[in-house]
Design a protein around this ligand. Structure first.
Ligand code: NI
Length: 186
């Protein structure tokens, strides 16, 4: 088990374009993914991208806890998934604003517009193809994590920076705003 150091906003590791992985089945890639999962679980968070642990490769890990999809009462979540060289396609122009956090911006949250309905394709660690459609919180998490591969942090997607703040301040209810209804730590 290895807990890796997480880069915080301002570190150049978070600002570049990550390189595609040549061989998803390589032992060093599997070790990196295992360490990323350990790091994510330790934080704790629900998503992590390789650039956040100072590795400029196109790899993300995430999981969606049950009950996070407001549109689906039978929501069982999404099991722990590693995506290698992921690509996202928006399936509609619809955007929804929701609360996000990020392990690279500790203690902060903000409201971020994201596509509500996407398809994503990636390679799994065994080299097989993953292809899924995603909506709601699942779609949000995948967009957030994949943005890290292109040097994009969630504040760069925000339309209203007045909603960016420390989660404990926002939780005190200064704003008449249900901002804490959902939170994503990726
Ligand atoms: Ni993040």
């Amino acid at each position: 088990m290895a807990i890796l150091k997480i880069a915080r906003m301002g570190h150049p590791a978070l600002m570049g374009i990550a390189e595609p992985v040549a061989d998803p089945t390589a032992p060093e890639i599997h070790q990196l993914i295992a360490d990323m999962i350990d790091t994510m679980d330790d934080a704790p968070g629900i998503g992590l991208a390789a650039p956040q642990v100072h590795v400029a490769l196109r790899i993300v890990v995430f999981k969606v806890p049950p009950g996070r999809q407001a549109t689906d009462e039978d929501d069982v979540g999404v099991p722990l998934t590693a995506l290698i060289n992921p690509e996202i396609e928006a399936l509609s122009d619809d955007l929804a604003v929701g609360v996000e956090g990020c392990l690279s911006l500790p203690d902060m949250i903000g409201r971020v517009p994201r596509h509500t309905h996407i398809r994503y394709r990636a390679l799994a660690p065994d080299g097989s193809l993953i292809e899924r459609t995603a909506e709601g919180f699942h779609a949000r998490v995948v967009q957030h994590e994949c943005d890290h591969l292109d040097g994009v942090l969630y504040p760069m997607r925000m339309e209203d920076l007045s909603t960016l703040g420390y989660s404990d301040e926002i939780a005190r209810g200064w704003r008449d705003d249900p901002i804490l209804e959902e939170e994503d730590d990726g």
